[in-house]
Design a protein around this ligand. Structure first.
Ligand SMILES: O=C(O)c1ccccc1N[C@@H]1O[C@H](COP(=O)(O)O)[C@@H](O)[C@H]1O
Length: 241
Protein backbone atom coordinates (compact mmCIF):
# COMPACT_ATOMS: atom_id res chain seq x y z
CA UNK A 1 0.00 0.00 0.00
CA UNK A 2 1.19 3.56 -0.72
CA UNK A 3 2.52 5.14 2.42
CA UNK A 4 1.22 8.38 3.85
CA UNK A 5 3.63 11.28 3.23
CA UNK A 6 4.44 13.40 6.26
CA UNK A 7 5.03 17.13 5.94
CA UNK A 8 6.41 18.74 9.09
CA UNK A 9 5.44 22.40 9.13
CA UNK A 10 7.47 25.55 9.61
CA UNK A 11 5.17 28.58 9.76
CA UNK A 12 7.02 31.88 9.80
CA UNK A 13 5.83 35.09 11.44
CA UNK A 14 8.08 38.09 12.12
CA UNK A 15 11.11 35.98 11.23
CA UNK A 16 10.30 33.28 13.79
CA UNK A 17 8.96 29.74 13.51
CA UNK A 18 5.56 29.83 15.23
CA UNK A 19 2.41 27.84 15.76
CA UNK A 20 -1.01 29.48 15.89
CA UNK A 21 -4.27 28.23 17.37
CA UNK A 22 -7.14 28.15 14.82
CA UNK A 23 -4.85 30.24 12.60
CA UNK A 24 -5.66 33.33 14.66
CA UNK A 25 -3.21 36.19 14.67
CA UNK A 26 -2.03 36.89 18.23
CA UNK A 27 -2.08 33.25 19.36
CA UNK A 28 1.54 32.62 18.35
CA UNK A 29 3.85 30.38 20.28
CA UNK A 30 7.40 30.96 19.06
CA UNK A 31 9.86 28.16 18.34
CA UNK A 32 12.90 30.15 17.26
CA UNK A 33 14.79 30.07 14.00
CA UNK A 34 12.80 28.77 10.99
CA UNK A 35 16.01 27.56 9.35
CA UNK A 36 17.03 25.60 12.47
CA UNK A 37 13.54 24.08 12.73
CA UNK A 38 13.53 23.09 9.05
CA UNK A 39 17.03 21.61 9.26
CA UNK A 40 16.01 19.66 12.36
CA UNK A 41 13.06 18.08 10.51
CA UNK A 42 15.37 17.27 7.60
CA UNK A 43 17.92 15.65 9.93
CA UNK A 44 15.12 13.59 11.46
CA UNK A 45 14.35 12.04 8.09
CA UNK A 46 11.59 14.24 6.68
CA UNK A 47 11.07 13.92 2.93
CA UNK A 48 8.93 17.07 2.79
CA UNK A 49 8.81 20.46 4.45
CA UNK A 50 5.58 22.50 4.60
CA UNK A 51 6.81 26.10 4.73
CA UNK A 52 4.35 28.96 5.31
CA UNK A 53 4.85 32.72 5.21
CA UNK A 54 2.16 33.72 7.71
CA UNK A 55 2.81 37.46 7.40
CA UNK A 56 2.19 37.20 3.67
CA UNK A 57 -0.98 35.19 4.32
CA UNK A 58 -2.25 37.77 6.84
CA UNK A 59 -1.15 40.74 4.73
CA UNK A 60 1.11 42.04 7.52
CA UNK A 61 4.29 42.07 5.45
CA UNK A 62 6.30 39.09 4.36
CA UNK A 63 9.32 36.92 5.16
CA UNK A 64 10.16 36.36 1.54
CA UNK A 65 13.97 36.42 1.82
CA UNK A 66 14.02 34.21 4.89
CA UNK A 67 11.56 31.78 3.31
CA UNK A 68 13.75 31.61 0.19
CA UNK A 69 16.83 31.03 2.36
CA UNK A 70 15.11 28.15 4.15
CA UNK A 71 13.74 26.61 0.95
CA UNK A 72 17.13 26.81 -0.75
CA UNK A 73 18.89 25.21 2.24
CA UNK A 74 16.71 22.10 2.04
CA UNK A 75 17.75 18.90 0.29
CA UNK A 76 14.19 17.63 0.67
CA UNK A 77 10.95 18.56 -1.11
CA UNK A 78 9.39 21.86 -0.07
CA UNK A 79 5.74 22.90 -0.25
CA UNK A 80 5.53 26.68 -0.01
CA UNK A 81 2.48 28.72 0.93
CA UNK A 82 1.27 32.07 2.16
CA UNK A 83 0.68 35.17 0.09
CA UNK A 84 1.14 33.58 -3.34
CA UNK A 85 -1.54 35.54 -5.13
CA UNK A 86 -0.15 37.02 -8.35
CA UNK A 87 2.51 36.52 -11.03
CA UNK A 88 5.26 38.23 -9.00
CA UNK A 89 4.70 36.27 -5.78
CA UNK A 90 4.32 33.02 -7.72
CA UNK A 91 7.55 33.66 -9.64
CA UNK A 92 9.38 34.43 -6.38
CA UNK A 93 8.03 31.27 -4.77
CA UNK A 94 8.97 29.03 -7.71
CA UNK A 95 12.41 30.67 -7.92
CA UNK A 96 13.22 29.21 -4.48
CA UNK A 97 13.33 25.79 -6.14
CA UNK A 98 10.38 24.55 -4.08
CA UNK A 99 8.65 21.41 -5.29
CA UNK A 100 5.19 22.99 -5.26
CA UNK A 101 3.21 25.95 -3.99
CA UNK A 102 -0.16 26.16 -2.26
CA UNK A 103 -2.59 28.84 -3.35
CA UNK A 104 -5.26 29.83 -0.83
CA UNK A 105 -6.83 33.27 -1.12
CA UNK A 106 -6.12 33.49 -4.85
CA UNK A 107 -8.28 30.43 -5.52
CA UNK A 108 -11.18 32.28 -3.91
CA UNK A 109 -10.62 35.82 -5.15
CA UNK A 110 -8.92 35.52 -8.55
CA UNK A 111 -10.15 32.23 -10.02
CA UNK A 112 -9.19 33.19 -13.60
CA UNK A 113 -5.56 33.72 -12.59
CA UNK A 114 -5.55 30.42 -10.70
CA UNK A 115 -6.97 28.57 -13.71
CA UNK A 116 -4.20 30.14 -15.83
CA UNK A 117 -1.36 29.14 -13.50
CA UNK A 118 -2.77 25.62 -13.07
CA UNK A 119 -2.67 25.31 -16.86
CA UNK A 120 0.87 26.70 -16.97
CA UNK A 121 2.46 24.92 -14.02
CA UNK A 122 0.43 21.72 -13.52
CA UNK A 123 1.66 19.62 -10.62
CA UNK A 124 3.63 22.51 -9.12
CA UNK A 125 0.36 24.12 -8.05
CA UNK A 126 -1.78 22.85 -5.19
CA UNK A 127 -4.76 24.64 -3.73
CA UNK A 128 -5.18 25.00 0.00
CA UNK A 129 -8.81 24.52 0.95
CA UNK A 130 -8.97 26.11 4.39
CA UNK A 131 -12.46 25.59 5.80
CA UNK A 132 -14.74 26.28 8.72
CA UNK A 133 -17.55 23.78 8.35
CA UNK A 134 -17.87 23.76 4.57
CA UNK A 135 -17.13 27.47 4.09
CA UNK A 136 -13.74 28.39 2.66
CA UNK A 137 -11.72 31.13 4.33
CA UNK A 138 -9.10 33.41 2.78
CA UNK A 139 -6.91 36.41 3.69
CA UNK A 140 -5.35 34.78 6.73
CA UNK A 141 -8.57 32.85 7.30
CA UNK A 142 -10.39 36.08 8.19
CA UNK A 143 -12.83 36.23 5.26
CA UNK A 144 -15.40 33.83 3.87
CA UNK A 145 -14.65 32.70 0.35
CA UNK A 146 -17.46 30.43 -0.83
CA UNK A 147 -18.53 26.83 -0.61
CA UNK A 148 -15.93 24.08 -0.33
CA UNK A 149 -17.58 21.63 -2.71
CA UNK A 150 -18.52 24.19 -5.38
CA UNK A 151 -14.94 25.49 -5.39
CA UNK A 152 -13.53 21.97 -5.46
CA UNK A 153 -15.68 21.10 -8.49
CA UNK A 154 -14.51 24.26 -10.29
CA UNK A 155 -10.84 23.59 -9.53
CA UNK A 156 -11.19 19.95 -10.57
CA UNK A 157 -12.64 21.05 -13.89
CA UNK A 158 -9.61 23.32 -14.34
CA UNK A 159 -7.19 20.46 -13.73
CA UNK A 160 -5.96 21.31 -10.24
CA UNK A 161 -3.47 18.57 -9.32
CA UNK A 162 -3.87 18.37 -5.55
CA UNK A 163 -5.64 19.87 -2.51
CA UNK A 164 -4.37 20.67 0.95
CA UNK A 165 -7.39 20.52 3.24
CA UNK A 166 -7.26 22.34 6.58
CA UNK A 167 -10.04 22.29 9.14
CA UNK A 168 -9.47 25.67 10.78
CA UNK A 169 -11.43 24.59 13.86
CA UNK A 170 -8.81 21.89 14.44
CA UNK A 171 -5.64 23.69 13.39
CA UNK A 172 -3.10 24.13 16.17
CA UNK A 173 -5.41 22.59 18.77
CA UNK A 174 -4.05 19.04 19.16
CA UNK A 175 -7.69 17.83 19.06
CA UNK A 176 -7.33 15.25 16.31
CA UNK A 177 -7.91 15.62 12.55
CA UNK A 178 -11.33 15.97 10.97
CA UNK A 179 -11.47 12.53 9.38
CA UNK A 180 -15.04 12.99 8.17
CA UNK A 181 -14.09 16.14 6.25
CA UNK A 182 -11.10 14.37 4.69
CA UNK A 183 -13.23 11.40 3.65
CA UNK A 184 -15.89 13.73 2.20
CA UNK A 185 -13.35 15.71 0.18
CA UNK A 186 -11.78 12.47 -1.10
CA UNK A 187 -15.24 11.32 -2.18
CA UNK A 188 -15.74 14.57 -4.08
CA UNK A 189 -12.47 14.53 -6.07
CA UNK A 190 -10.15 12.03 -7.73
CA UNK A 191 -7.15 14.24 -6.96
CA UNK A 192 -4.82 13.59 -4.01
CA UNK A 193 -5.57 15.28 -0.72
CA UNK A 194 -3.08 16.44 1.90
CA UNK A 195 -4.56 16.55 5.40
CA UNK A 196 -3.83 19.51 7.65
CA UNK A 197 -4.93 20.44 11.12
CA UNK A 198 -5.37 18.78 14.48
CA UNK A 199 -2.85 15.92 14.45
CA UNK A 200 -2.07 15.21 18.09
CA UNK A 201 -0.86 11.63 18.32
CA UNK A 202 0.57 8.69 16.44
CA UNK A 203 -2.94 7.20 16.47
CA UNK A 204 -4.16 10.28 14.56
CA UNK A 205 -1.54 9.56 11.92
CA UNK A 206 -2.65 5.91 11.77
CA UNK A 207 -6.25 7.11 11.28
CA UNK A 208 -5.21 9.46 8.45
CA UNK A 209 -3.09 6.69 6.91
CA UNK A 210 -6.22 4.51 6.81
CA UNK A 211 -7.63 7.08 4.35
CA UNK A 212 -4.79 6.63 1.85
CA UNK A 213 -6.84 4.15 -0.22
CA UNK A 214 -9.56 6.82 -0.48
CA UNK A 215 -7.17 9.48 -1.77
CA UNK A 216 -5.33 11.03 1.16
CA UNK A 217 -1.70 11.38 0.13
CA UNK A 218 -0.09 13.23 3.01
CA UNK A 219 -0.46 14.83 6.40
CA UNK A 220 0.94 18.13 7.64
CA UNK A 221 2.12 17.95 11.23
CA UNK A 222 2.89 21.07 13.21
CA UNK A 223 2.01 21.64 16.84
CA UNK A 224 2.32 17.98 17.85
CA UNK A 225 5.98 17.95 16.78
CA UNK A 226 6.82 21.28 18.42
CA UNK A 227 4.97 20.23 21.61
CA UNK A 228 6.90 16.93 21.51
CA UNK A 229 3.75 14.80 21.58
CA UNK A 230 5.86 12.41 19.48
CA UNK A 231 9.06 12.66 17.50
CA UNK A 232 9.27 12.90 13.74
CA UNK A 233 11.24 9.65 13.73
CA UNK A 234 8.34 7.92 15.52
CA UNK A 235 5.84 9.42 13.10
CA UNK A 236 7.85 8.32 10.07
CA UNK A 237 8.09 4.80 11.50
CA UNK A 238 4.29 4.70 11.93
CA UNK A 239 3.58 5.67 8.34
CA UNK A 240 6.30 3.34 7.01
CA UNK A 241 4.05 0.50 8.25
O1 LIG B 1 -1.02 27.67 8.41
C1 LIG B 1 -1.61 28.49 9.12
O2 LIG B 1 -1.64 28.38 10.38
C2 LIG B 1 -2.33 29.65 8.49
C3 LIG B 1 -3.04 30.49 9.29
C4 LIG B 1 -3.71 31.56 8.74
C5 LIG B 1 -3.65 31.77 7.38
C6 LIG B 1 -2.95 30.93 6.55
C7 LIG B 1 -2.28 29.84 7.08
N1 LIG B 1 -1.55 28.96 6.33
C8 LIG B 1 -1.57 28.69 4.95
O3 LIG B 1 -1.36 29.86 4.16
C9 LIG B 1 -1.85 29.56 2.88
C10 LIG B 1 -2.82 30.59 2.41
O4 LIG B 1 -2.15 31.77 2.07
P1 LIG B 1 -2.84 32.70 0.95
O5 LIG B 1 -4.27 32.81 1.33
O6 LIG B 1 -2.63 31.99 -0.34
O7 LIG B 1 -2.10 33.97 1.08
C11 LIG B 1 -2.57 28.25 2.92
O8 LIG B 1 -1.72 27.20 2.47
C12 LIG B 1 -2.84 28.10 4.42
O9 LIG B 1 -3.07 26.77 4.76
Amino acid sequence: MTKLELLPAVDVRDGQAVRLVHGESGTETSYGSPLEAALAWQRSGAEWLHLVDLDAAFGTGDNRELIAEVARAMDIKVELSGGIRDDASLAAALATGCTRVNLGTAALETPEWVAKVIAEHGDKIAVGLDVRGTTLRGRGWTRDGGDLYETLARLDSEGCARYVVTDIAKDGTLQGPNLELLANVCAATDKPVVASGGVSSLDDLRAIAALVPRGVEGAIVGKALYAEAFTLEEALAVVAG
